[in-house]
Structure formats: C-alpha cells, structure tokens
Design a protein around this ligand. Sequence first.
Ligand code: ATP
Ligand code: MG
Ligand code: MG
Length: 276
Amino acid sequence: CGASSPVPMTPKKSQQWLQVVGHAGSFHVGDYGRLLKRFCKREQQCYLRLMKDALRPFVPEYHGVVQLDKLDYNMMDNLLTHFITPAIMDCKIGSRYDLSESICFYRRSKEDKYTFYSSNLPKEFVVFQYNLNMKISIMGTQSFSNRICQIKKKKECHTNFKRTKSREQVMKAFDSFVESSTQIVWGYLRQLKQLRQVLETSDFFRTHEVVGSSLLFVHDWTGRTGVWMIDFGKTVILPPHLTLDHRTPWAEGNREDGYLWGLDNLIDILANMLPT
Ligand code: ATP
Ligand code: MG
Ligand code: MG
C-alpha cells in the first residue's frame, strides 16, 4: 500500500480526529466519527482476522469497506473518540521498518482549538520526530556477508553507543509527552504489559509478519490512557509451516520482525521512568 494520490479534504470543525503521521490525504471521517482509511487489501485481511483474534481489544474495531467519491476505504473506529483534547503519539514498533523505529507525537496547544482537528497535520505541529535506530546493529551483523559484517560490527559499537543515547532520548521524549505525569506512565505501562501478554498468546501475531505497524498512545488531562496497534498495510500472513516469536533477530529468510523486542524495550524504558 504505497503512496496514495491526494484526495480533497474537507476539514470539519467538529471532527474529533487528528492524524499524527502517515500518508496525507488517505483519511476521511465517516459516519459516527469513524475513520476511513484508503483501502488496502492487505490491511483489510488483517483487520478481518483481528476481529476474530485475542488482539481484538487492542486494535480499532473494523467496520468493513465503504466507498466515497468512487474510492474504497477501510472503515474503523476512531480511537480518539472518548478522549478530551488528547495528546497522541505514534510509535512504530519492530526492527523492520526501514531498519528503524520512529516515534512522533503531537500535543494540542491552547491557542489552537480547531485546526487541530483537521485531517492533515501541518508539519510545524510535529513537535518531535526522530529515528531511534535501536535495532540496526542487530540487523547488520546477522544478515550480511563476513566482509560487510566487519563494517557492520564497527557500526555496531557506534549504534550501541547511539542506542544508549536513544534510550535516554526516548525517555525524555516520553516524559515530555506525558508532561512528567507518573500516573499516565503507570497507565501506559499497565496497558503495554497487558498487550504483551495477549500478543504472546495471539494466533494472529504468531502467524503474521508485522512490519511498519505502530502503537498509538493516547491520553488526556483526565488521566485516561489508551494504547492500540494500528497500521497493518505492511503486515502479511506467513506460509503455513512458519511462525514467528518476534524476538529472534532478523536473519535472511527467517522473517522475524523484532516486534516483541521493540515492545520489551519500550516497557523497560517506561518502567525506568517510574520512581523505584
Ligand atoms: P504510514 O506512513 O505509517 O504507513 P499510514 O498512511 O498507513 O501511515 P496510519 O499509520 O494507519 O496511516 O495512520 C496515520 C495516523 O492516523 C496515525 O499516526 C494516527 O495519528 C491516525 N490514526 C490512524 N488510525 C487511527 C484510528 N483508528 N483512530 C484514531 N487515529 C488514527
Ligand atoms: Mg503508520
Ligand atoms: Mg502504513
């Protein structure tokens, strides 16, 4: 599901939806404030299977395909519905998205009451975005020939160094995202641990290679938090004989995606933000 052609957007003041990252122009707001995302067959297949899986509570509810101006869209619940002017973060998980993880969030500003809800996020509103590059070293050393391996090994030191820095950076970013609220961190941590537990038993997860998917973090001033898995445009079902543990480093042919490894890291980072 590559780049999408632009669709004319009609921003509505009342629509309680905000896009943090992703392809501009591929979203609309439908009935009941539901979200319409430009149709992608792979994503549709995933959502259909997810609706029958243990992971169902951790993804937006899927409502089938609808047409708008002769274009097809996957319709799903808007995850922001029950929040009041929420802070939102899109965090890509796993080692297989352009060899990096990226993290990005957006917070509502006082003076910005309505444009905030337009479907396209103006660039200047992205207050934080960078690549964590947490897993590049692993991918490098495991997947290339000896010669390249040496170069990558050098890089590994470099990346390891960077990784420490990244962990601090992620922590800082998270701290800023939650505005140093321990209560919010607790909320997210509890939900991430629940998610991990369910992922470890999910048939969907065991049989799918999850690439380029994100965790969407949402909270508001009431202290309410929510974490959901979104974006399954690059998630594919594996051949019947193959299953993944999502922690084993990627090697050519094993199709591991590092998803649980990424989640372990995230949980670890959040746990470290709490007073001991
Ligand atoms: P990418 O460039 O990551 O492939 P994409 O075009 O596939 O992006 P998504 O990642 O699915 O799009 O969504 C983009 C953004 O839209 C998310 O970061 C999030 O802010 C918002 N979003 C997506 N789905 C939902 C939802 N169900 N409820 C609320 N917001 C959503
Ligand atoms: Mg995405
Ligand atoms: Mg996508």
